[in-house]
Each structure stands twice: as C-alpha cells, then as structure tokens.
Ligand binder design. Structure first.
Ligand code: SF4
Length: 387
C-alpha cells in the first residue's frame, strides 16, 4: 500500500512536470497511446491544466477502438442466428459498428449474454451442448491470454460448440503506424504500461530509434501519467530518444513469460486492417493450427460486406484513433454523437478518446495551475483497464 499511495499522490509529479516544462526551450507534442489512462487525465482535469507549450495527441490507446467496426456488425449478425449464444464483455455491448450493435441485436431477440472472460463463455458451451456459443473478444495483447486459455480448454474437452470471434491487435504496430501517419507532429510517445506488462517493451526500441522519439512506458495513475510526460519532455530537451520504463513496478523488459507462452501456443501473427491506419503487417493475433477450428471466421465466414448507415459514414473515429484529428474536430462530436447515442467506437468505449473528451471536457474558465481534483489526491480509487 505504501507504494500504491505514493503513486496515487500527484502533488510531487505535478510540481515536477511544471518545473520540467517551465525549463523547456520549445513547445512539444506527445502521442498518447494509453487508453483508460488518458481517461484519468481528462477526469482529473489534468489535461486542461497542462502547462502551455505541451500538447497531447490522443492516438491508438483504446483497445476496443483497435478493432474494425465491422467486427461488431458481424457479431450482431451472428447473434441473430438460431441456436447461437453470442457472448461479449459488457463494454462491447453498445459499440455500434457501422450499422448494428449487440445491444440492438439483443432487443431484436438475439441471445446475447455478458461475460467477464472467454472462460465464462466456455462454461456456457459446456452447459448448453445443443447450442453454438460464440465469444467476442477484442483488444491488445492483454486480452489474449484468457482467450488462449479458453481455446486450449475447449480443445482438451473436445468441445465443438464453442468458437472465438477474436480481434486481437498488437499495440506496438499501431504506435509505429500512428507516428508515421502523424508525419512528425508528435515528438514523443506515451505507451500503456498494462499492455507492456504482458509484452515487455523491446518492440518499442526500434520504433524509438527509427523515429528518433522518446517512448515512455506509463503506469495507470494520474501521478504516473504526469511523471511520464515529464520524463518524455526531459528526454526531448536532452535530445535523447530512449525507451524509458516509468511503470517499472509492473513492467519487465521481456514482459510476462507465462502470458507470452500462452499466447504463442495458440496464436500466430497476421496482417490486419486497422481503423484509420489501413492494413498493417503482422499486427494481429489469429488462431494457429490446430486451434483454427475454434475460429468463428472459419466456422461462420466468409462475412458479407457491411454497408455503413449514414451515422456510420459520419463517424471519423478512425482518424481520431490514428491521432490525425482531435475528437472535438469531428462535426458530430457532442451534437449527433454523445455518450447516450454513440455513433462510433471512440464514443461508445469507456476507453475511447471521444468519450473521454465528451465526459470530462472542461465547461468554462481558464486552466487551473493545479487541478482541484488532483489536490484531493491519494485516497481516490481510479478506474483502470485490464485490456
Ligand atoms: S465523436 Fe462520435 S462520430 Fe465523431 S469520431 Fe468520435 S465516435 Fe465517431
């Protein structure tokens, strides 16, 4: 607890950040790929109060936004098939895809059930041998080990009524593509520590060298983020471009070997399409042989093309995800697209940049020198994501 409390006390980190940025010789922009951690910045008003001359560009942090929107349309279509039980975590229920959502499929009579992990869906498959159980699972490498465990167990049990509809993505490939797409607008990168707790951070070393940018692996607390920003600025001022591990209490350079082994046993890499970033080589994790028979794409595909609705066409969350535009630059932001009526993943997902900007946007007034929410400090429990 001693260390946890220290990490939740942002006073020192805030003072350090102010000091660091005051000494900066020029404005800097950092690409933030931290998902729920960016929500914390917005929630505690820290983003509005960042020192002048320091800009955060929201990039590929949200793990749900990394999945192509068509994934959710296809899951919704599967949910309408007779005999199918479609399982998904609760945060995927309202994601609208390009024309449909699981919530809408359920309201039409589809058997859609909320599960915490793919292992819960596996239990349902065992309890319902006459039904087909499909589990939707999306995210970065953090989500893949639980899916790998479920598939291996289904294989061991010889279950043939269980399938995985997975959209697992490798975050480092997206960060590299977003830096390319930003065309030099971002001079440093903040990366989500929980993903690196699984993968390690070796994959970021060639990226830091290629773009000559500092990459800071960042913990989930507001103090972690402020500390990480200060570290990136210090590197920029010093002209260095190293991978720096701010979240050393959880992240090892090589990651978690058990999780890595579990992933490698069941998945292999493949090229995949990304919202706003196009097709990226070896950027996805897909089931390998002999587990491919559990792949919903093999069992139920090929999928018919998805024609977006007008709302789907209006959504620019791919550009937000790639860091090319800020959420508020989308014409639909806060008008036709709100948290109550999301048009895209960025607004529907609790880790989406659009939702963070919409829920916690500053109503009025100048930036405070120290956010009031941060002053109340250490006792506040903060939401973090396991994805
Ligand atoms: S504000 Fe809504 S419509 Fe615009 S990019 Fe974000 S999710 Fe899409």
């Amino acid at each position: 607890m001693k260390y946890l409390d220290a990490d939740r006390n942002p006073r020192a980190a805030w003072a350090f950040l102010q000091q660091t940025v005051r000494a900066a010789t020029r404005p800097w922009a950092l690409l933030e790929a931290c998902g729920g951690r960016a929500q914390n910045l917005a929630r505690f008003e820290a983003e509005d109060a960042l020192p002048a001359g320091l800009k955060l560009i929201h990039g590929p942090g949200c793990p749900v936004c990394a999945a192509p929107p068509e994934t959710f349309d296809r899951a919704s279509a599967l949910a309408g098939r007779p005999g199918v039980i479609l399982c998904a975590p609760s945060d995927l229920m309202r994601v609208p895809g390009r024309r449909d959502s699981l919530m809408a499929a359920r309201s039409r009579g589809g058997d859609v059930r909320e599960v915490y992990t793919p292992l819960d869906a596996l239990a349902l498959a065992r309890q319902n041998p006459g039904r087909e159980v499909v589990v939707l699972a999306v995210g970065y490498e953090t989500t893949a080990p639980a899916a790998a465990a479920a598939v291996r167990e289904a294989d061991r049990l010889g279950l043939d009524n269980f399938a995985l509809m997975g959209a697992f993505r490798r975050q480092a490939t997206a960060v590299e593509a977003a830096l390319d797409s930003a065309g030099g607008r971002a001079q440093g990168v903040l990366v989500a520590g929980p993903v690196c707790a699984v993968t390690g951070f070796r994959a970021y070393e060639p990226i830091a060298a290629k773009f000559r940018v500092p990459v800071v692996i960042t913990g989930p607390e507001p103090a972690d983020l402020l500390d990480a920003i200060a570290r990136a600025v210090r590197q920029l001022e010093a002209g260095t471009h190293e991978v720096e591990n701010q979240y050393a209490r959880a992240v090892r350079p090589e990651g978690n070997p058990h999780a890595g082994t579990a992933i490698a046993a069941v998945f292999e890499t493949a090229d995949a399409d990304w919202p706003g970033l196009g097709q990226l080589t070896d950027s996805a994790l897909v089931l390998r042989e002999p587990f491919r028979r559990f792949d919903a794409a093999d069992r139920y595909g090929p999928w018919p093309p998805v024609r977006p609705t007008v709302a789907g066409q209006e959504c620019r969350d791919g550009e937000v995800f790639a860091g090319r535009i800020a959420p508020a630059s989308c014409p639909a932001f806060g008008i036709s697209c709100t948290t109550g009526h999301p048009l895209g993943t960025g607004m529907a997902s609790p880790e989406g940049a659009c939702q963070a900007s919409y829920r916690y946007r500053r109503q009025s007034g100048p930036a405070a020198p120290l956010p009031v929410a941060l002053i109340s400090g250490p006792s506040q429990a903060l939401p973090t994501s396991s994805r």
